[in-house]
Structure formats: structure tokens, C-alpha cells
Design a binder for this molecule. Structure first.
Ligand SMILES: C[S@@+](CC[C@H](N)C(=O)[O-])C[C@H]1O[C@@H](n2cnc3c(N)ncnc32)[C@H](O)[C@@H]1O
Length: 240
């Protein structure tokens, strides 16, 4: 495993990965405004109560659990949950205003085969139990391009280990990014790892693999990057 051969990175966002992490008291008005959507929105630690019990406690069915980190304005979540009524989808993002506006759109949907979490992706292992997640989507994550900020990147060894724990056997992780540096970083973090096998890898998804599932939809940020002529990088992983 890579972590044995590499010195541990100093990580300023380490505290979010720790068991004793508490979301700070929220002064953002959108945090409180989200209360209107209690039926399907869970905030901060509220989501962690259901760890390992999402099917029984929340959805009350045995459909597969699929998770999206960084749902943003929700283009993927809205479209995908509508086309796939037979799944339990959990989208999460840590931005308040974005979460509120997405919740407004989700509220209009009659079939609530989803939950939305105002939460941090670093909490993955506290939100979900072992082998609880069938698929995980991670689209156009913040790349933290400056070298001194790389330690804030979510996709790092601690996260990979948490991801491994929560994914079902044969579970799939699907990633798209515009950013060459973060794409290379993710491949480097996965090098020689014992947890995931890379099952798909393209530096130019739309031209090389127009038939691929990941090329079948365009998220809000993806549209911006495509308009700038940026090539979309895509990776899929299977749990070993
Ligand atoms: C560039 S946007 C992409 C949004 C959407 N996936 C899309 O493709 O349009 C990145 C999103 O990830 C969210 N985000 C960044 N870091 C996060 C973290 N650690 N936990 C949860 N959400 C995060 C941001 O708030 C933002 O909405």
C-alpha cells in the first residue's frame, strides 16, 4: 500500500476526518432555512445517526444506496433520480446557498427516492456503514490548484480508506474532472493501492468514449468547462 512507502502528508482538513469532529455552529441564514425541507434534508451531524441503517431507518426499502459528493446545483441528482426510481440516492454538498436552491427543486418531486445532506465528503465513513454504498459519484470536485492547498483535496489516502470501507463488494466509484492536476493527483493517490482497481480511465471522455455512461449527461460545471474547450477526464473504480 502506498501509505507505507510515503511519508504522511500534513493535512489541514484532517479534523473533518476525525471521530470527534463537530460541524461549527452555523450563522449562515441558509443553514436554518434548510429546516423547511426536513422531510428529505439532513444537516451536519443529523446524517451520521443513520450510519449503517439508511435502508431500514430512512428509505424503508432494500434498494441500492448511491451517493454523490458535491452535488452543487444538482443537475445530475435531479435528472438521475427521476430516471432511476428504483434506487436510493443520497446527494451531499457543504455549501449552504447551493444546498437550499437544490432543496427547493427537490421538494417539488413527488417520488422522494433521495435524501440531501448538508455535509462534508470527509465525513463519508461516519455517514455510511461498512459496505452500505453501491455507487459513488464525484463530479468536478474543487481541485484546490495551488500547491499549498493540495492538502485540502478530498481525494487522499484517508478518504480512499473510508471509501473502501463504505463501498459494497464490487461497488463502483465514478469520477469526472476538468482539472489535469487533480486528475493526475487522483491517479497518483491510487497507484499500487490495495483497495480499488481502475476500470476506466480517459483523458478525453467525450471524444474517446461518447458511448460511456459518464458521457451521457452534462453537469452544470461540466457545461462551463466544455464551453471553454477543456477536455473532460474520467475515471471509474471497482472495489477490490
Ligand atoms: C465545482 S462544483 C461541482 C458541482 C457539480 N458536481 C457539477 O458538476 O456541476 C464542486 C462542488 O463540490 C462541493 N464540495 C467541495 N468540497 C466538498 C466537500 N469536502 N464536501 C462536500 N462538498 C464539497 C462544493 O460546494 C461545490 O458545490
Amino acid at each position: 500500500m502506498k501509505e507505507d512507502s510515503k511519508p504522511k502528508k500534513t493535512n489541514a482538513s484532517d479534523h473533518c476526518f476525525r471521530e470527534d469532529f463537530k460541524y461549527p455552529t452555523q450563522r449562515n441564514p441558509y443553514h436554518q432555512k434548510l429546516d423547511v425541507f426536513n422531510e428529505f434534508v439532513l444537516k451536519d451531524e443529523e446524517a451520521e445517526v443513520h450510519r449503517g441503517k439508511w435502508s431500514e431507518d430512512v428509505f424503508k426499502n432494500q434498494a441500492p444506496i448511491e451517493v454523490e459528493i458535491g452535488s452543487g446545483y444538482g443537475h445530475f441528482m435531479l435528472d438521475y433520480t427521476e430516471k432511476n426510481p428504483g434506487i436510493n440516492f443520497i446527494g451531499l454538498d457543504h455549501r449552504f446557498k447551493r444546498s437550499f436552491h437544490l432543496a427547493e427543486k427537490l421538494a417539488k418531486r413527488e417520488h422522494k427516492n433521495f435524501r440531501y445532506l448538508r455535509a462534508r465528503g470527509e465525513r463519508l465513513g461516519f455517514i455510511f456503514g461498512e459496505e452500505e454504498v453501491s455507487k459513488l459519484y464525484y463530479f468536478f470536485p474543487d481541485p484546490w490548484p495551488k500547491k499549498r492547498h493540495h492538502k485540502k483535496r478530498l481525494f487522499q489516502q484517508t478518504f480512499i480508506k473510508e471509501l473502501y470501507k463504505v463501498m459494497k463488494k464490487d461497488g463502483e466509484v465514478l469520477i469526472k474532472t476538468d482539472h489535469d492536476g487533480y486528475y493526475e493527483w487522483m491517479l497518483e493517490e491510487l497507484k499500487d493501492n490495495q483497495y480499488f482497481e481502475i476500470t476506466f480511465n480517459s483523458q478525453n471522455l467525450r471524444e474517446e468514449h461518447p458511448e460511456h455512461f459518464l458521457a451521457s449527461f452534462i453537469t452544470k460545471f461540466e457545461k462551463i468547462f466544455l464551453n471553454k474547450g477543456i477536455k473532460i477526464k474520467a475515471i471509474t473504480l471497482k472495489k477490490k
